[in-house]
Design a protein around this ligand. Sequence first.
Ligand SMILES: *Cc1c(COP(=O)(O)O)cnc(C)c1O
Length: 391
Amino acid sequence: MKTAITVHMADRVKNLPPYLFERIDKLKREALKRGADLIDLSIGDPDIPTPEHIVKALQGAAQNPAHHRYPSYEGMLSFRKAVADWYSRRFQVNIKPENEVLSLIGSKEGIGHIPLAFVNPGDVVLCPSPGYPVYSVGTLFAGGFPYFMPLRAENDFKPDFTQIPEEIYKRAKLMFLNYPNNPTSACASREFFGDAIDIAYKYNIIICHDAAYSEIYYDGNKPLSFLEVDGAKDVGIEFHSLSKTYNMTGWRVGFAVGNKDVIFGLGKIKTNLDSGVFQAIQEAAICALETDDSVLCGIRDTYQSRRDALYDGLSSIGLTANKPDATFYLWSIVPEGFTSETFSAYLLEKAAVMATPGNGFGDSAEGYIRFALTVPVARIKEAVERIKKIL
Ligand SMILES: *Cc1c(COP(=O)(O)O)cnc(C)c1O
C-alpha cells in the first residue's frame, strides 16, 4: 500500500503574514448558519451590474473566431489606443500606445507581479500601511523586504517622507502609492505627488501608483492621475482597473501606463508567466473606456446617496467617520473601549452588520473600521438603526 506523499509548503507560503480576517469570517459563517439577516458592509466589490452596452460588446466579440486564439501579450493595439485616448480625454495626459501601455488580467495581477521585475532578494519596497495587501505580499514573493509607511490621520493619510530613514531609501527599488486610497478614502494633491517624485529622482526609486478608484468620486472632485504631475513619467507608472469604474470585478481586466522601461520590465515577467487578456474581453473593455459619462454619473450618484446615508447615519449616533470625496469606503474610528477587531465582532454578533477591521490592512490602522457602500440605501439605513440600538 502506498500512502500519499507529505506536502510541504514553500517558505514563501509558510511565511505569509497571518490572515487577520479569520475570526470575522468565522463569526460571519456562524451568523449565516443561525439564519441572521446579515448586512454586509465589508465587501469592496460593486453590487451594481456591468452596464448593458459592455455586456453586449462581449457577446458580439465572443463570436469572432479571431479572438479564440492566444491574445497578444501586451494587449491588442486597439485596446492600448483606447487606453491612450481615455487618458487624453480624462487627464489631458499624452500616452504612446506602442510602448507606454500594457494590458493586465486585472490590476491585482500587475501589482502582484511587478516586484519580480525590479526587486532582488533583500531590496526594499515602500508600502503604505494601511494598504492593499498585494503590495507587500508581491514584495515578499520576490524576496524583497516591505517597509511600511504609516498613513496617519494627522498627515491626511499620506506617508510622511521625512520619517523614512536614509538607508531605507537607499535600499528601496519600488514605492507603492494608492490615491484615492483604499481603505482610508484619502485623495492626493499635486504637491504630494510632486514630493514623491522628488524622492524617486533622488534615490532612483520606481513609483507604482494604484489608481483603482480614480473614477469613483463625489461632488465633482475629480481625482488627479499621478501622470498629470511633472516628472511622473520619468519615475513610474500608474495601475488602472476597469473593476471599480465599470462594475467589472469579475471580468479581470486592467492596465498599466507610464514609463516605458518600467512597462517593458513588467511585460517581460508577464510574457513568461501568462498569455494576456482574452481578446473578446479587451473588445468589451474598449467599449467600456468609451462609455458616455452620463452612465458613470449615474453610478456615482448611487454611491453618493449611499455615502450620505451612511455618513449622516453614523454621525447621528456618535460614530466618527470621514466623508469621502472618492472611493466607496467610509473609514471610521471605533468607539472608546473597542479595538478594530472587537468592534467589528460586536457589530456582527449584536447587529448582524459586517464591516472590515482596519488592522487587517496594517498595524497603523488599529482603531479604525472600514464600511463599504456596496449595499442599497435602505439596507444602510437599517444597519445604522441596528448599530444605534447596541451602542
Ligand atoms: C480592487 C482593488 C484593486 C484590484 O482591482 P482588479 O483590477 O480587480 O484586480 C487594486 N487596488 C486596490 C486598492 C483595490 O481596492
